[in-house]
Design a protein around this ligand. Sequence first.
Ligand SMILES: [Zn+2]
Length: 296
Amino acid sequence: MNESSPRSFNGAKDILNQMYALPWINPAVWLAEIGQSVIGYPILAAGIGNGRRRVIFTAAHHGNEWLTGLVLLRFLRELAIRREWQYVLNSNTLIFVPLVNPDGVDIASGALARGYYYDRALAISRNYPAIPFPTGWKANINGVDLNLQYPARWEEAKELKYAAGFVSPAPRDFVGAYPLQAPEAAALAALTENLAPELIIALHSQGEVIYYMSNGYAPEGTFPLVQEMADASGYTLEATPSFSDNAGYKDWFISRFDRPGFTIEMGLGENPLPLSQLDSIYARVAPMLLLAANGK
Ligand SMILES: [Zn+2]
């Protein structure tokens, strides 16, 4: 099956509209609103499958990594349609949160370019003039980096990021006032607590790298799966750089559940990666997402 590629990206509503269409493509797909963004977008989860093993797939924690959301959605749509993939759904329940940070995606993509929240983001960005606006925007609309919001060595993250100058709301790298302060991160953490999945996947960009450890530790079950994913994609396995080894979703999941969690840095280039890379990135990423979905 060949999916036709979108010609333009118009922000969070593009991804949400595709999600709302999923149950019409396959009634076995369920949707749940697990929370709301600061601006008021629903944080949507979609699920498919009937198996005991549970996997949560996430994308777009970071605003200017919105292409990750489109890659994950395409994978979910193929799962819902492709007959030859249905075997995966007998033994697995797969839960998708393709748009963790809708407000940040709207800022970084230019979909939100006027009004109260835009003006506030612009004011925040003026405190960090070295970061291009809006294309360098990763945070939620309050200037909190959602992948520095999880209660796993959050104080260490705060120390490192403060030392690097991120001491106030910023386009990226500001840890917030306390863990799970941002409603988007709190919603995903609550979903994860409720489902207690066997594995989580967090799609980011870019680098063609898979991070599979946290604080130098990889839980049982990481291998051989992550090696097979690397082989299937050609992506490299690496230890997380120490500057970003704290307070991320993967870090929290590994420390909270002692189960495997992988951050996949998809694609190469400068964020936001262009829509024209969607097909080529998807071709590399989909086989490894299928391996993660099936556990082997
Ligand atoms: Zn990221």
